[in-house]
Structure formats: structure tokens, C-alpha cells
Design a protein around this ligand. Structure first.
Ligand SMILES: Cc1ncc(COP(=O)(O)O)c(C=O)c1O
Length: 373
């Protein structure tokens, strides 16, 4: 994507030489996190299909496949196109497609890769069938079931009718059912989280059973997510899970979803900024505001300057509170932040700088950035 990236000059150089603001990804930590998630799922007999919405990078997707993923999950057809072009052989799309144009693109992708599309309505099934037949392709289809989140998805009782329509539509292959327990990621205490996840995913596995009893095979029963995978993996009948962002990690997962170092996941992503102004003894200003990172879902945290906290992000400035008697930080000092939410941070950037042992080793384009349709 960035053919002659001027940033490539930093390859092999210490991370301290990076121009700010920028995002670094500790690749050793990313890979350890990927092994933690994939190993946990393997131990529970569940396949791993990480959501790529956070990193949007075929390079990192391929790394996840080397570390045990069976394929990736994406939100948009444009993201699927970037991933297929980047060599990912199997993808699950998790947003419904409402036009022939989108489904024609899905059909074309299915000539060279597997791109599974979700439906929750007879019209989407009809459009997908037409697109598949015209492209002389087969589109694998999953039914999205609303398991309590109240977003897209049929109610569990309606899944069988739609499954029969898919099974009877030439050009389509019924691939299974999908639900997302996104409304339960922050549930706590733990026993309550377990109970609610079992209840929600029970609606999904129940739909799968009803469809099987009607004589239709249901190979895939898939759900989320980093905030729930440790519990969802234990629900009988789940075949694969989409936990992806945990490879990068952020404060929302740790503090709100209770997925932190105690579960083996560490912070891999860092926002690097520079102090550009010290207008008062108790205030420092950085060159990184909300066009660099985000406070959506959770405020970022300063990680390398004790006693310094982020008060607010404006577009191109971060305002830090400093203990009034501190002569640190000084203009030109580097501030490192742990992102509050990786997903609302990475998509602001053209690239991540992959780092090992404090040295920049890779430039990782955020290649599917902006592929919103
Ligand atoms: C359908 C779906 N699956 C899974 C996830 C979880 O992804 P992650 O593990 O990156 O938080 C999400 C998050 O938005 C989602 O929308």
C-alpha cells in the first residue's frame, strides 16, 4: 500500500528515533498473546477465527494464521477484499449485506477464497443467491441470531425457516449460525458473567440444534470475542470464536472486561507522543490528540512517566496533569501511552511500527483502513 514508505528509513533503528506521534506494536507480545488465545481455544476444542477489525492488516492476519487461526473475521466487504488479496484463504464477514453490488463482490471473492456472509432476512438470501449464480460461484452463508444484544440477527425461533430457504437456494451453501455476546463483555462478577454467557450462547447452540433436527448440517456455530472467549469456549456446541483484539490488548479489555495480565494477555500496542509545551508547572502538552488516539470506551494511560496523567485529548494536543513541583517531563521528552481502546486508535494510522527488543523491525501498513463498504 505504501510503496516507498519514507518511514522505512527507521528499520533497524531504536524505537527512540521514531517521529511522533506514532503507534508501535511489540511483536513478541503480539505473538505471545496470539499463542495464549489460540492455545486456550485449542485446549477447549474450539477453532480460532480472530476478528481483524482492530489491526486491519493482512501481515498480522497471516501471523495469526501461523499461530493457529483457521481464518479471519472482518466487518466489511472491502476489508475482506484486502485480506483475500493479502493471502487469507478463509474469512467470516459479520455484517449483513443489503445490495447486489456488495454481494457480487462477495461472490467474486468466493472464486478464489472462502468468504462467509451473514444473513438475517429472506431478501439478503435472495440477493446472495442471485449474485452467486451470476458469478458462477458458491457463497457460504451463516444466519446471524440475536442472542440478546439487540443489534442485527433473527430471533432464535426464526433461524430454522431461514436455514431452509438458504438450503433451497441454488448458489448458496448453508454454513451455520453466528451470534455475538457483545452486551455481556463487561458483566461481572465472574459467576454472573458465566451464567449470562451460557444463557446467551445457549440460544445460539439451541438454534443450531433445531436446524440439525430438521436434517440440515450446521458446521459452524460462532460467537465473540476477547471480552468473553474464556467463558464462551466452555459452552458446549460452540465450534469457533472470533477473539482478535486481545492480540493487541488495551485498557478496556483489562479494566472493563476483566481480561488482563492474569489471563496471560499483555499490552502490545503503544502510542508514542512528544511533550511540545510546558505552559505551567502542573501542565504538559503533547503532540497527540484524538486524531492520533481515542478516549472512546476508555481513557488512555501514561505508562512511562510516574505521576503524570492524561486529562483530555483535543484534536492535535493531549493535556497532561503533572505534579506541580515536578520539573519533568521536559519539552522534547517522549510520552508512551497504553491505548484505552485499540480499535478506535489503530484505524487513525497509516501504519504500525513493529518493534522487537526496542528496535523497529517491521513497517505494518493498516491496509484495510478506510475500507468501510
Ligand atoms: C461480530 C463480532 N465478533 C467478535 C467481536 C470481538 O472482537 P475482539 O475480540 O477484537 O474484541 C466483535 C467486536 O466488535 C464483533 O462485532
Amino acid at each position: 500500500m505504501i510503496a516507498t514508505d519514507p518511514a522505512a528509513a527507521v528499520l533497524g533503528r531504536p524505537v527512540s528515533e521514531l517521529v511522533t506521534p506514532c503507534l508501535t506494536l511489540d511483536l513478541d507480545v503480539f505473538e505471545r498473546n496470539a499463542r495464549t488465545i489460540s492455545g486456550y481455544l485449542r485446549d477447549h476444542g474450539v477453532a480460532w477465527r480472530p476478528h481483524a477489525k482492530g489491526h486491519k492488516s493482512p501481515i498480522l492476519a497471516r501471523r495469526q494464521m501461523e499461530l493457529g487461526a483457521i481464518g479471519l473475521t472482518v466487518a466489511k466487504v472491502g476489508e475482506a477484499e484486502v485480506m483475500v488479496e493479502g493471502g487469507i484463504p478463509s474469512l467470516l464477514l459479520v455484517t449483513e449485506q443489503a445490495t447486489r453490488e456488495r454481494l457480487d463482490r462477495v461472490a467474486r471473492l468466493n472464486r478464489t477464497a472462502e468468504v462467509i456472509v451473514p444473513v438475517d432476512n429472506a431478501l439478503q438470501v435472495q440477493l446472495a443467491g442471485e449474485a452467486a449464480r451470476e458469478a458462477d460461484a458458491t457463497i457460504p452463508v451463516v444466519i446471524e441470531v440475536d442472542i440478546g444484544m439487540g443489534r442485527a440477527g433473527v430471533l432464535p425461533d426464526a433461524a430454522l425457516g431461514l436455514a431452509m430457504q438458504i438450503a433451497n437456494t441454488r448458489g448458496l451453501r448453508f454454513a451455520g449460525v453466528f451470534g455475538y455476546e457483545g452486551h455481556l463483555l463487561r458483566a461481572w462478577p465472574e459467576d454472573e458473567k458465566i451464567r449470562q454467557i451460557e444463557d446467551a450462547l445457549g440460544r445460539l447452540t439451541g438454534s443450531a440444534e433445531t436446524i440439525r433436527r430438521a436434517g440440515i448440517e450446521v458446521p459452524i456455530v460462532t460467537a465473540g470475542g476477547t471480552g468473553s472467549y474464556r467463558y464462551s469456549a466452555k459452552v458446549p456446541g460452540i465450534t469457533e470464536l472470533e477473539a482478535g483484539g486481545g492480540c493487541l490488548m488495551d485498557l478496556m479489555y483489562r479494566d472493563d472486561c476483566h481480561v488482563g495480565p492474569e489471563t496471560g494477555l499483555e499490552f502490545a500496542l503503544t502510542v508514542r507522543a512528544m511533550i511540545v509545551s510546558r505552559p505551567t508547572p502542573d501542565r504538559a502538552i503533547t503532540d497527540a490528540g484524538w486524531k492520533t488516539f481515542s478516549s472512546h470506551h476508555h481513557m488512555p494511560q501514561v505508562k512511562n512517566l510516574p505521576g503524570v496523567t492524561l486529562r483530555v485529548l483535543s484534536a492535535e494536543h493531549g493535556t497532561l496533569d503533572v505534579a506541580a513541583d515536578a520539573d519533568q517531563p521536559r519539552i522534547g521528552d517522549i510520552v508512551e501511552f497504553i491505548p484505552g481502546y485499540h480499535d478506535s486508535t489503530v484505524f487513525l494510522h497509516d501504519r504500525l511500527f513493529g518493534v522487537r527488543g526496542g528496535v523497529v523491525t517491521e513497517i505494518i501498513p493498516v491496509a484495510a483502513r478506510g475500507r468501510l463498504s
